[in-house]
Write a protein that binds this ligand. Structure first.
Ligand SMILES: *[C@@H]1O[C@H](CO)[C@@H](O)[C@H](O)[C@H]1NC(C)=O
Ligand SMILES: *[C@@H]1O[C@H](CO)[C@@H](O)[C@H](O)[C@H]1NC(C)=O
Ligand SMILES: *[C@@H]1O[C@H](CO)[C@@H](O)[C@H](O)[C@H]1NC(C)=O
Ligand SMILES: *[C@@H]1O[C@H](CO)[C@@H](O)[C@H](O)[C@H]1NC(C)=O
Ligand SMILES: *[C@@H]1O[C@H](CO)[C@@H](O)[C@H](O)[C@H]1NC(C)=O
Ligand SMILES: *[C@@H]1O[C@H](CO)[C@@H](O)[C@H](O)[C@H]1NC(C)=O
Length: 375
């Protein structure tokens, strides 16, 4: 435990959290029936964000760039109005989130790694681009943004300079915020307004960066909270995520979470857990286990398929070389008519190659389609 006292966000924060927390949702399950079921994670998964993104799991939202490289995944703001973020397609009903990330620099720029539910329960890590001495933790229950000692800032040096491991461990009884293996904060169920403000519905992961200092899009209170007006000539503003570990504490054949039995209470006991057939894991876990991206797909091909592809490509190259050589000799020797015949031959070969490609693309070669189109 860090021996810091909770330095609760100051008065200014009291006036503005409405804009920090999302205040509306497409289907609020607390007063609407028929909100869609949420796919469960139902297990654990590590995402190496220094590799390729699995776009069946992570959905990009908002304007701004999200790039994937071997340094990590970068979320970049280059101009006013951008707030690039990704969110997981899966949800967790209590669980653990570890994010290894580096916050963005820049006045008014807010980096965030949060868990959020469709009825606006929320658990946050936030970093202000111009604050190199503190980080912020926060939570919301059912979208209640009334000031109530939810936010707490902690001394922390230069989250914008280095990668750190920010972990949230969330059970029905308490929420813990950890940094690099040290616990910063614990919130007990009862301490969140007797549980009424305690996050307790299935949440997905949202990672991204936004400009709280964009005066065209935010109230003055938010701009002030975010550290002042953003100078967009200082762009790019960049947050980088290296790795994410997610663990759903609801496990065992979990398929989806449903709002079917939910009422205005927002109680976790009223979340219905829909199970798969025995022994069948969630769609998310199945998708996560599949290779994604060219490199991984290649690695996942059988040796035979790899050899087949290499041989096919090599064969084509050798044939082409021979063919070109042959052409040149032939061209020198042969007359116009023979040359024309050769061209016809070349066209035929090209057509054959196209047919071969199409055959691969149509899946006759196992991983054909996606794989071939991407090399
Ligand atoms: C449900 O509650 C939300 C948040 O309080 C509100 O914005 C919305 O209008 C309500 N919807 C219905 C159908 O009552
Ligand atoms: C993650 O899931 C795998 C497969 O179910 C399991 O073997 C492993 O123990 C889990 N790891 C953690 C940290 O729970
Ligand atoms: C990504 O990070 C993981 C864990 O740190 C490491 O094992 C892996 O080699 C890295 N991959 C790339 C492409 O750098
Ligand atoms: C950083 O945040 C802490 C805690 O909210 C605050 O006391 C401090 O003034 C901030 N520093 C800057 C440079 O904004
Ligand atoms: C919202 O939270 C505040 C502060 O904790 C509390 O006083 C208020 O009763 C809550 N509102 C509802 C509707 O629960
Ligand atoms: C992050 O820190 C937690 C402890 O706070 C540790 O259990 C976990 O292994 C760490 N994760 C990574 C990816 O380093």
């Amino acid at each position: 435990m860090l021996s810091s006292t909770l330095s609760v966000v100051a008065i200014a924060a009291a006036l503005l959290p409405a804009t920090l927390a999302q205040t509306h949702t497409q289907c609020n399950p607390l007063n609407t029936t028929g909100c869609p079921n949420m796919p469960a994670l139902g297990g654990n998964a590590t995402f190496n964000f220094n590799d390729t993104m699995n776009d069946r799991i992570w959905e990009e939202k908002n304007a701004g760039k999200v790039d994937w490289s071997d340094k990590g995944t970068t979320f970049t703001i280059t101009s006013r109005g951008e707030s690039p973020m990704i969110q997981s397609s899966f949800y967790m009903l209590f669980g653990r989130l570890e994010v290894v990330m580096k916050a963005a620099k820049g006045k008014g720029i807010v980096s965030s790694a949060i868990l959020q539910s469709e009825c606006l329960d929320e658990i946050d890590w936030e970093f202000l681009g111009s604050n190199t001495t503190h980080l912020l933790t926060n939570y919301y229950g059912k979208g209640n943004t009334t000031y109530g000692n939810r936010g707490a800032d902690f001394p922390f040096s230069n989250p914008q300079e280095d990668f750190h491991n920010y972990t949230v461990d969330w059970t029905k009884d308490r929420i813990q915020w950890w940094v690099d293996g040290k616990q910063l904060r614990e919130l007990k169920y009862a301490d969140a307004l007797g549980g009424k403000n305690y996050p307790q519905t299935p949440m997905n992961i949202r990672l991204g960066v936004w400009a709280g200092g964009d005066t065209a899009h935010n109230d003055p209170g938010v701009v002030e909270w975010a550290g002042g007006e953003t100078d967009f000539s200082q762009q790019p503003f960049q947050m980088t995520v290296q790795q994410v570990y997610a663990q759903d504490y609801t496990t065992g054949n979990v398929k989806e979470y449903s709002w079917e039995n939910m009422d205005a209470s927002g109680d976790w006991q009223k979340v219905k857990v829909i199970e798969n057939k025995a022994g069948q894991q969630s769609t998310a876990l199945t998708e996560i286990a599949k290779p994604h991206g060219v490199k991984n797909r290649w690695a996942a091909l059988s040796k035979g398929a790899q050899i087949g592809i290499v041989a096919g490509v090599a064969g084509f190259v050798i044939l082409s070389a021979l063919f070109i050589t042959f052409c040149c000799i032939k061209q020198r020797r042969a007359g116009r008519r023979e040359w024309a015949a050769l061209r016809a031959q070349e066209d035929k070969e090209a057509a054959e190659l196209l047919a071969y490609k199409n055959q691969m693309a149509s899946g006759k070669f196992g991983h054909g389609n996606d794989y071939y189109n991407r090399i």
